[in-house]
Design a protein around this ligand. Sequence first.
Ligand code: PMP
Length: 370
Amino acid sequence: MISSRLNNFTPFEVMEILDIANALEKKGEKVIHLEIGEPDFSPPKKVIEKTIQALKEGKTSYTSSYGILDLRKTIVRYLNNTYKTNLKLENIIITPGTSLGLFYALAAILEKDDKVLLLNPTYPCYPNFIRFLGAQVIYARFNLEDIKKKVKSNKIKLAIINSPSNPLGVLVPKDILFFLYENIPLIVADEIYQGLVYETEAISCLQIDTFLEKTIYLNGFSKFFGMTGFRLGYILANPKIIEAILKLQQNLFLCPTSFAQEGAIAAFEEDSLKYIESIKKNLNEKRKLVLSYLKQAKLDYIYPNAAFYVFVNIKRDSKKFCKSLLLKKKVALTPGSGFGPGNETYIRISYATSFKDLEEGLKRFISFLS
Ligand code: PMP
């Protein structure tokens, strides 16, 4: 009854953990959530106000399938100022979330049996979408040596670069970025965590010379602006690709939510950006807190400089560990197995939660580990 196209379409593993956590909470238990990739801060105040105002003014109809003009203009202006780019209105389309944007991007360019390079560990929906579209996934470990090997032995058409990375919480290093740009015909750049970078200078695919020739760039409002429920993202690409994606959007979704788009314009106002700056400082303090606990416990982890994740090797079956940690100590973490093959002994900690919960969760996690 169910299409074979979905045979390799895996559910999000974090959802299994979330289901157990929800069941515990229903029984009255307090669970500490360090599993969800969702910011714990509210959207900027002006975004909320402008969304409400839009609803009151009756801005509740379909919009252009490109998205509303003012939002497109605002994003393009912001990016051109921030990254010294020369983006134009013809380079942007607003999407109902980055997830759907990813599907549009891949559906617009992939042919059957095309090979797509993914840096492993990887965001779980990438391999699902690629296989769904009949293309092939080629995994490379997150290091230049393995990437070079895979690129040499496969005719890769496209690489997905997720920088900063979920689940690693790191920016993709420049040597990897430049190698991929120089050696692979097409790049899908998922920069949904762009801007959440600590200690180091942020580098974006937007700053690469050949950006518009070969990139489909995705970003959104969920992470940087804490607007997950608004379901808003955007795609930047050359006009030919934007027109192809427009056709998909017209048929699949018509347009993103009207009043959410109106509200999102206010995300780029000075007050909103100042507020996000303070959130970023707060996230950095939380990152330092996690690092101090991990160091003290002498755990093996990938040093995080971005987003709000840390990927930790606990050197045992992490799926089993996460389930029993949740049931016995009421702390939810994400097992690494969902992020690609070879990550079964890792867990992902999301530190976008309150200091109090974070500290208590870390204490319970580390004591349970030993
Ligand atoms: N890409 C990455 C790497 C993500 O982590 C997420 C959200 N977890 C998304 C895309 C999807 O974001 P959105 O809410 O905009 O669909």
